[in-house]
Unconditional design. Structure first.
Length: 305
């Protein structure tokens, strides 16, 4: 898989050298051993599929339900652009460790009806949170609506930061090679005239593959990011997130330096609950899946009950 679209193959525009990130997690062997074996068939691990209402559309979604009566803490797992790496192996591992995991496709992505846009994706995450917090839904899924963690890969990391900053009830969030979409565009616009920048950004987005995304164009998406350089960059979310538990995982994909800067800013703002991990691998963590899972599970196990 190629690096995230937001890198835009613009090495000439921005330095893509990844700085060191401190790895603070000790090795973890296996998953949570405290998970109880369900006593009855009704408490077995399961999967439910559903469609989540969001602004007139229905998001195609599924939940991996952990074994046991619960209520289980839950993770909303958010995919990137366009979403070829879905990280469902992590979802299975998290379920074995006692977590429910919701996965869905944004409007206009991978068969979900509607138009794809970054703004729509942010709205869709908020809609998914509303859905899980409904008492009847939480009961059906055996989950605790007060213990929901947002976790996203690449563009999903961008969605995670945006949604967590807007929702104080989210006490913990995790990013995996997060792409600070508008933050990087902000840097490009500082070096190039907008028409040239939009052309370059659109080319990078198109290279990632637009086939799974409906009713959008690379140029339209590039303009959307440029229009939100004052409101979407990660550094503008530090104050809202400085009291949250955060896991920031990076790789050798050109995005590590931006993520390290974000982690440092959170710590300088007073957040003493920031964990950073760097794995020497590609953007999809292709040859580090087990180590990625260990890092995620270790962090989840450390969260307050």
């Amino acid at each position: 898989m190629k690096p995230c679209a937001i890198v835009f193959t613009l090495a000439a525009c921005l330095s893509m050298t990844a700085g060191p990130v401190d790895a603070r997690l000790p090795p973890v062997n296996g998953v949570n051993s405290k998970q109880a074996v369900p006593a009855t068939a009704v408490d077995r691990a399961a999967m439910q599929t559903m469609q989540i209402p969001s602004h007139g559309a229905l998001l195609n979604a599924l939940v991996y339900i952990a074994a046991g009566p619960g209520p289980h803490p839950a993770v909303i797992l958010l995919h990137g652009f366009p979403g070829n790496e879905r990280n469902l192996d992590l979802a299975q591992d998290m379920r074995r460790a006692g977590w429910d995991v919701l996965y869905f496709n944004y409007r206009g992505a991978w068969g979900t009806p509607g138009d794809f846009s970054f703004a729509h994706g942010i709205e869709d995450v908020a809609a998914a949170l509303v859905y899980l917090r409904q008492p009847d839904v939480a009961k059906s899924l055996r989950l605790d609506p007060n213990r929901i963690v947002l976790m996203g890969h690449s563009m999903g990391g961008f969605m995670t930061v945006e949604a967590a900053a807007a929702d104080p009830a989210i006490k913990a969030f995790a990013t995996i090679s997060a792409a600070d979409m508008s933050g990087r565009v902000q840097g490009i616009l500082a070096k190039q005239k907008r028409p040239d920048a939009i052309t370059a950004i659109a080319a990078g987005l198109a290279e990632e593959g637009m086939a799974p995304l409906a009713d959008c164009t690379p140029t339209g998406l590039a303009n959307e990011l440029a229009d939100h350089v004052a409101s979407w960059p990660f550094m503008g979310k530090v104050d809202a997130l400085k009291n949250r538990n955060a896991l920031i995982i990076t790789s050798d994909d050109g995005l590590a330096e931006d993520n390290a800067t974000f982690a440092t800013a959170l710590r300088q703002a007073g957040d003493h609950q920031v964990t950073t991990v760097h794995l020497a691998t590609d953007h999809a963590f292709s040859d580090q899946r087990i180590e990625l899972s260990k890092a995620v599970l270790h962090w989840l196990a450390s969260l307050p009950k």
